[in-house]
Design a binder for this molecule. Structure first.
Ligand SMILES: NC(=O)c1ccc[n+]([C@@H]2O[C@H](COP(=O)([O-])OP(=O)(O)OC[C@H]3O[C@@H](n4cnc5c(N)ncnc54)[C@H](O)[C@@H]3O)[C@@H](O)[C@H]2O)c1
Length: 329
């Protein structure tokens, strides 16, 4: 019996692969390497360079391996790019899910844990956001992921494929030993960008807008450590293996931090006086995005270990310091 990790060469997927290996599971990775890194994949996992949309190649992997559960991270996830080129997102993300569910169905594989996102909610109607809140995406990325959730729901109705959607907020940090970490090109996530400024790879960090309706005027987001996220996926796989019904969970820390607080925390964690500047607001950036993750804590018994952003940043800093050019060196 093996777990298939689609997108296991990516930032979150590679941490998940290590978590599964540490749990003693057989792991098969499928990744096209379009944004991922072969070096990020734990050597105990079996690796196939395959695009999820390639039905023939994906079917061969299912023919060769004894897969009983799937974790699906393989997607594009840059919001502005999705606005400029929506079909790229519907093709890779949504289209990829059609192929995956077809192949799972043909091989009688009935359990999938899926990387969903806060972007499926669009502008929140409550803070903190709950799973039952309306999902009304405001960009093609969020829409592509919502469509993937809906496809799984219909595939459950028709074919009995059980699914768990984990809706992440902002993911940060790296494995403690610094062997793998975040290496996106271009990098669009706040923590690695702040740390690039700490490492002297950019002159300063630009904080977009200081007139939001928040205590310090900077927008507030919810950060969760990538290892805590991996734990939640493992719990979700066990939940499905126990025969539980399809479900959806927010994964956040329940505590929001403003961009300014994050820069402050990074100054403390790194000991570097990171320069910052205030820039104009970015269109479509809500004031506050914070998750209510009580359901994951109750139903999946999820217990995040990193509830302090400074500790999250320290692990990312260890990766940045030891790998200033990511996986290139
Ligand atoms: N990083 C975050 O803060 C965050 C927040 C919310 C949701 N997510 C979701 O988590 C998932 C993983 O994010 P990440 O930051 O690790 O991204 P990533 O780009 O590092 O990883 C994605 C991986 O999927 C692979 N991939 C993409 N399309 C593929 C295809 N068609 N076939 C095979 N492989 C393919 C890439 O090569 C890469 O290795 C994404 O689905 C994203 O939507 C991430």
């Amino acid at each position: 019996m093996a777990v298939l990790v689609l997108g296991g060469a990516g930032y979150i997927g590679s941490h998940m692969v290590k978590r599964l290996v540490a749990d003693g599971q057989d792991v098969v990775v499928v990744d096209s390497l379009v944004t991922g890194h072969r070096q990020a994949v734990d050597e105990k996992a079996k690796f196939y360079q395959v695009d999820v949309r390639d039905k023939t190649a994906l079917s061969q992997v299912f023919d060769q391996e004894d897969i009983d559960q799937v974790v699906h991270f393989a997607a594009f996830s840059i919001v502005p790019e999705s606005v400029a080129d929506p079909l790229k997102y519907f093709d890779n993300n949504t289209g990829g899910m059609i192929t995956l569910l077809e192949v799972m169905r043909a091989h009688d594989v009935k359990q999938i844990v899926f990387s969903s996102t806060a972007a499926t909610y669009g502008n929140p109607v409550h803070i903190p956001i709950q799973e039952s809140d309306p999902q009304d995406p405001i960009n093609p990325y969020g829409e592509s992921k919502l469509m993937m959730e809906k496809m799984m729901a219909w595939a459950d109705e028709a074919y009995g494929i059980k699914w768990v959607a984990l809706r992440y907020f902002n993911v940060a940090g790296a494995i403690e030993d610094g062997s793998i970490g975040e290496d996106h090109n271009p990098e669009t996530h706040l923590v690695p960008i702040i740390l690039q400024a700490a490492a002297g790879q950019r002159e300063f960090i630009e904080m977009f807008g200081d007139d939001y309706d928040t205590p310090d005027g900077f927008n507030v987001r919810d950060y969760v450590h990538v290892l805590d996220l991996a734990d939640a996926h493992l719990s979700a796989l066990k939940y499905l293996a126990a025969g539980e019904p399809s479900n959806q969970f927010n994964l956040g820390s329940a505590t929001g931090f403003s961009v300014k607080e994050m820069v402050e925390a990074a100054r403390k964690a790194t000991g570097v006086n990171i320069k910052s500047k205030i820039g104009p607001r970015r269109p479509g950036d809500p004031d506050i995005l914070v998750a209510n993750s009580d359901k994951a804590r109750q139903v999946l018994a999820w217990q995040p270990k990193y509830d302090n952003v400074e500790d999250i940043i320290k692990t990312a800093w260890h990766w940045t310091e030891t790998h200033p050019h990511g996986f290139q060196y």
